[in-house]
Design a protein around this ligand. Structure first.
Ligand code: SF4
Length: 353
C-alpha cells in the first residue's frame, strides 16, 4: 500500500464529501472534545441537537467546570451513559486548576484526563492541534483491516495493537486531523460493516481486500463466548470379553450430542455414578484418566475420571452397549469431546493387554 497515495486520495475525497457538522466547521479543542465524548455511544444525527444545546449552555471549559451537576445532567438527559458527562466535568475542573482552562496541545497530557482514552486524545490532538497522531475507533479499524486484507481479530488486544500501529504509519504530517476525520467518514458512509460500497470508494485501487474479493468478510471479530463450565467425570470401562470391549452409553434423543454414543459420564465426583448400579458394583479400578477439556459453543466440559475393568457382560441395560476396537471405528464413532480418552482405546482394547 502506498501510504502517501492513500492520504492524498482520502483527503481529496473528503473535500468533496464531508458532512459540515458544527464541530467540524468550528473545530476548537473544546468543541472537538465535547463532540467526541457525545459520539462515543450515540449516532451523529441523534447527538446533534444535544451538542448544540450543550455548547450554547456551557460554551467553554470554565462554564462546564462550574456548572451545577443537576444542570449538567439535565443537558445530557436522553443521551444515556451519564458517566460521560460526569467525566467531562471532572476533566474540566482539572483543566481549570492545572491548564489555565485550556485543553493541552499534547497527546499524553490529554490521555491523562478523566474520560479521555487513546481515540479521543488522538481526535483532539490531531483535529484541534494538527498533531500527527491517529484516532483509531471501530470504523477506522474496519477500513484498515480491509485496506491491508488483514485478518487479525479487531476485538483482540493483538488486533488493537496491529491496527493502531498501522494507523500511526498512515497518519500524514500535513492535515492529520482532516485525514483522521476522512478515515472515520469513509468507515461511516462507504466502507460500512457488512457489504462495503466499494464502487464509490476513493481507495479502491489501493485496497487489498477489494482486490482479493474478501472485503465483506472483514474485519474479523471473534466474540468471546461466556461458556458454562461443567465438571464431568468419565467411566472408561474395559469389558473382559474376547475380544475386549468398552462400555458405551447412548445419549438422550434431545439436547447436546443428541442420540450419540459416549463414554458414560456424570456431574457427580464419582464416575461410577454414571453407570447402572449392577455394573458399577462389578467395576475394578485400573487407573485414573488424564484431565481433558472440550469446548462446545456455550458449554465447557472439564473431564476427569477413571479406567475400570469388569468381567464379561452378558446382559446390558437399555441405552448401554459394548463395542470392540473394530466396532468403535465402524459402528460407534464417539464425539470429539472424548478424544483424549478414545486415544487410549488401542492400548486398552488390544487383545494382548
Ligand atoms: S475498496 Fe471497499 S473495502 Fe476497500 S476501503 Fe474502499 S469501501 Fe472499504
Amino acid at each position: 500500500m502506498n501510504t502517501d497515495r492513500v492520504a492524498q486520495l482520502l483527503l481529496g475525497w473528503y473535500s468533496l464529501h464531508y458532512r459540515p457538522l458544527p464541530w467540524r466547521t468550528e473545530p476548537t479543542p473544546y468543541h472537538v472534545w465535547v463532540s467526541e465524548i457525545m459520539l462515543q455511544q450515540t449516532r451523529i444525527e441523534a447527538a446533534l441537537p444535544y451538542y448544540r444545546r450543550f455548547i450554547t449552555a456551557l460554551p467553554d471549559v470554565e462554564s462546564l467546570a462550574s456548572a451545577p451537576e443537576d444542570r449538567l445532567l439535565k443537558l445530557w438527559e436522553g443521551l444515556g451513559y451519564y458517566s460521560r458527562a460526569r467525566n467531562l466535568q471532572k476533566a474540566a475542573k482539572v483543566l481549570v486548576s492545572e491548564y489555565g482552562g485550556q485543553l493541552p496541545a499534547d497527546y499524553d497530557h490529554l490521555l491523562s484526563l478523566p474520560g479521555i482514552g487513546a481515540y479521543t486524545a488522538g481526535a483532539i490532538a490531531s483535529i484541534a492541534y494538527s498533531i500527527p497522531v491517529p484516532a483509531v475507533d471501530g470504523n477506522v479499524m474496519r477500513v484498515l483491516a480491509r485496506l491491508t486484507d488483514n485478518h487479525t481479530d479487531v476485538l483482540s488486544t493483538e488486533g488493537k495493537r496491529v491496527f493502531t500501529d498501522l494507523a500511526w504509519q498512515l497518519v500524514p504530517e500535513r492535515e492529520p486531523g482532516r485525514f483522521n476525520q476522512a478515515l472515520m467518514e469513509l468507515g461511516e458512509t462507504i466502507c460500512v460493516p457488512g457489504t462495503p460500497r466499494c464502487s464509490q470508494c476513493p481507495l479502491q485501487d489501493e485496497c487489498a481486500a477489494y482486490k482479493n474479493g474478501c472485503a465483506d468478510q472483514l474485519p474479523v471479530r471473534i466474540k468471546k463466548v461466556d461458556r458454562r463450565v461443567e465438571h464431568r467425570t468419565v467411566a472408561l470401562v474395559r469389558v473382559e470379553n474376547s475380544p475386549p470391549a468398552v462400555l458405551l452409553h447412548r445419549r438422550p434423543d434431545t439436547g447436546l450430542l443428541a442420540g450419540l454414543w459416549e463414554l458414560p459420564n456424570t456431574l457427580d465426583e464419582d464416575p461410577l455414578c454414571s453407570l447402572p448400579p449392577e455394573i458399577a458394583a462389578m467395576c475394578k479400578t485400573v487407573e485414573a484418566l488424564p484431565a481433558a477439556k472440550h469446548l462446545f459453543s456455550h458449554i465447557e466440559w472439564r473431564l476427569s475420571g477413571s479406567m475400570y475393568s469388569i468381567p464379561t457382560l452378558t446382559t446390558l441395560p437399555d441405552s448401554y452397549q459394548i463395542a470392540t476396537l473394530a466396532e468403535l471405528h465402524t459402528a460407534y464413532p464417539l464425539p470429539g469431546a472424548f478424544r483424549a480418552y478414545t486415544a487410549l482405546f488401542p492400548r486398552l482394547l488390544d487383545e494382548e493387554s
